[in-house]
Write a protein that binds this ligand. Sequence first.
Ligand code: DSN
Length: 433
Amino acid sequence: MDNDTQLFQLLQKELERSQRGLEMIPSENFVSMEVLRALGSIGTNKYSEGYPGRRYYGGCQYVDQIEQLAIDRAKQLFGVDHANVQPYSGSPANLAVYFALLNPGDTVLGANLAFGGHMTHGLKVNFSGSLYNAINYTADKNGYLDFNEIKSLAVKHKPKMIIAGFTAYPRIIDWQKFKEIADAVGAFFMADIAHIAGLIIGGVHPSPAEIADVLTTTTHKTLRGPRGAMILSHGTVSSPTKKVERTKENIPTLIDRAIIPGLQGGPHNHTTAAIAVALYEASQPAFKDYARQIVLNAKTLADSLMNEGLDLVTAGTDNHLMVVDLTNIGVAGKEAEKTLDEVGITCNKNTVPFDTRSPFDPSGIRLGTPALTSRGFKEKDMKIIGRLIAKTLKNITDDKVKNEVKKTVRELTDQFPLYPGLQYDRPAPEIYL
Ligand code: DSN
């Protein structure tokens, strides 16, 4: 047993919770043992402010190669000229884009959080909505993107940057339409592909790589890497030091400078190493099967829920997630999240378009399939899970039903071992064998 028994027992409990539950938060996933190994590696010990070949510290010969490997793999996989793999996570990556391309007070146009956007796309209490003049677009009455609204807001407010990218939008995104609107008003076009990066690499969602001026993504969602982020763009870094204008050609230079010295210090080299591993895994043919299966599973789950009489925003899904509007069964999102948690199904409460309830207790829940697909769940399992979710939600106060569901969840999860052999309540060396 490690000396810090208290901490490692907590990690053991978290491992068991993950093994015994159905993880259905669409932004979560289970990384491979190789990604875990790189993440828990000696990369964490090294300081290396700067970029490969241009560091402020000695002893960077190997972390230079690690970061270059991650950069090269990202460029190759996403089909871009430039990749910055240092952002600590998605929000700092988005902050870096604002810092690189805009002045405080400039206007940005992004999706409203309550309609599936993200805090960093212009929420008033976020840096993006308090330091910038953020305008938010919503959706049409069926929950689809409304390009007439987006265009008229763009024409009216003349944003310097338009953001497309969503945390709760279940449909294919028409990147070209965003680009046309951005071009019409002379705005930068930023695509935040955090949720769907793995689907893009897997070929089951169109890529904005040739369309957007700059892409941001986390690395830990459908991409199935460690918690981290990347900023991708076209062109090259013109000069590490010379002053450059805020033009599209200069985006790589502006982004690199925004990350360091603009916002961050030393890169997290253990994370960079794990990103490199995840990108390697995403380049393998099996990852295409994985991406395809995520979507098949999501479509099957959506059908199963709708067959049980549940309402889905946009009446289905094209990607890895769905938003269930619980209004018709008289259950609130917070209660649904809590009750599903009790039976071993983890999801999150979520607003639905034009929600009449508070964001803290909205009308819906959000469900996704990336993590279960990583464990090997297929369509037949999704049909069962859809029925279990509906049964729980329709019998929210019935302990007998909930106990039955909990038992079935346990039987189901036992069929899909997660991290066999991994144990945190054993002496440390055994973990690494
Ligand atoms: N928190 C993430 C999600 O759950 O979608 C977005 O960053």
